[in-house]
Ligand binder design. Structure first.
Ligand code: WQD
Length: 329
């Protein structure tokens, strides 16, 4: 199938583009390169030995989208493009609402205009808010803790209203837990600009000596060791989950969690990184980070039962691959 991947040069988009190409699909990418590098296109082609069609552009630009849909017969769309820094979304709410909601609506409109059959939306476990894990797809969407999470919840609701009217389109909402790690080739990985917000890229910068130590945001949560517990999933597993969802999509709208179903604490992640990579990670316990919740991990039974997909890679694989990518940057 011809698949349009928005944000396809980004961290998750690039890994998903690799798996789509590996599964025999043709990939067209639109990316505004605001949080990614043009050279990643070549790395995807190097890994897969296949060519990609790349457009530098913004998904909120309806003319840019029309040009692509008129030039190619698009069978399916995977929509990654969006702003995703939780802290930044608190500082710049209008930027996040405009960018993330307008891009989703413009893309959905183009799918209807050009009779695209499948739409896969990159959502987030953030939409569950501070509920009790394991998080299940049938849980109500309570208020999230930041504008970024609200844009994901709102986009889900917009797409659910679209599908009520337009039955020819199939939509799947994929709720990611914590994507980490990198492609085993060392060519693709998470390379955030500036000081990383997320745990694993921060740890790899400490391992490299670029940052002095890790600040652990609180150890007074009601968890195994007081530090935050999350469901970390290898980005390659996550990418394969997208291919499974796209290839087995039924009509209507479905929601799936993409996680491992296991929770790991911050201190357990530090210990695992040190054990796998033989590098000590100095850290200091500090105050809780506003907006954080104690525990978040997935109930992964639905995607396993309906699509026969489960994550296979372990935390050790994630941390080994993350370090292998970081050290060659
Ligand atoms: C993980 C744990 C922190 C950094 C967010 C978004 C989510 C998705 C992934 C976009 C928490 C602790 C972290 C640090 C720390 N983003 N931590 N020191 O907050 O679970 O999820 O990123 O799709 O939507 O909500 O991920 O990696 O920031 O934090 O102690 O320097 O590590 O408190 O317990 P999070 P994270």
């Amino acid at each position: 199938m011809n698949i349009l991947v928005t944000g396809g040069v980004g961290y998750i988009g690039s890994h998903t583009s690799v798996e789509l190409l590996n599964n025999g699909h043709d990939v067209i990418i639109i990316d505004n390169l605001s949080n990614s590098k043009r050279e990643t296109v070549g790395k995807i082609e190097q890994i897969t030995q296949k060519k990609i069609t790349f457009y530098q552009g913004d998904v909120t630009d309806k003319q840019a989208l029309a040009k692509i849909f008129q030039a190619h017969h698009i069978d399916g769309v995977i929509h990654f493009a969006g702003l995703k820094a939780v802290g930044e979304s608190v500082d710049k709410p209008l930027l996040y609402y405009q960018n993330n909601l307008i891009s989703t609506m413009a893309l959905a409109e183009a799918c209807l205009t050009y009779e695209v059959k499948q739409f896969v939306f990159s959502s987030s476990a953030t939409v569950y808010g501070d509920q009790t894990s394991p998080m299940h797809e049938t849980m109500p969407l309570l208020s999230t803790t930041n504008p970024y999470g609200e844009t994901k919840a709102m986009s889900e609701r917009i797409l659910q209203d679209v599908i009520k009217k337009h039955r020819k389109l199939s939509i799947v909402l994929l709720r990611y837990f914590n994507p980490v790690g990198a492609h085993s080739s060392g060519l693709l990985g998470e390379d955030p600009s500036g000081i990383p917000n997320n745990l694993v890229p921060y740890i790899t910068k400490v391992a490299k000596g670029e940052l002095e130590k890790l600040f652990v945001y609180g150890n007074d949560y009601d968890t195994v060791d007081g530090t935050g517990v999350r469901d970390y999933i290898h980005v390659v597993d996550l990418a394969k989950g997208h291919v499974a969802a796209l290839e087995k999509l039924k009509s209507g709208l479905e929601i799936y969690n993409l996680g491992t179903g296991k929770g790991t604490s911050v201190l357990e992640m530090i210990e695992a990184f040190e054990a796998v990579n033989g590098i000590s990670i100095p850290y200091q316990i500090t105050e809780r980070r506003p907006g954080d919740i104690a525990t978040c991990y997935a109930d992964v039974s639905k995607i396993k039962d309906q699509l026969g997909w489960s994550a296979t890679l372990k935390v050790e694989d994630m941390l080994r691959d993350a370090w292998q990518f970081e050290r060659q940057l």
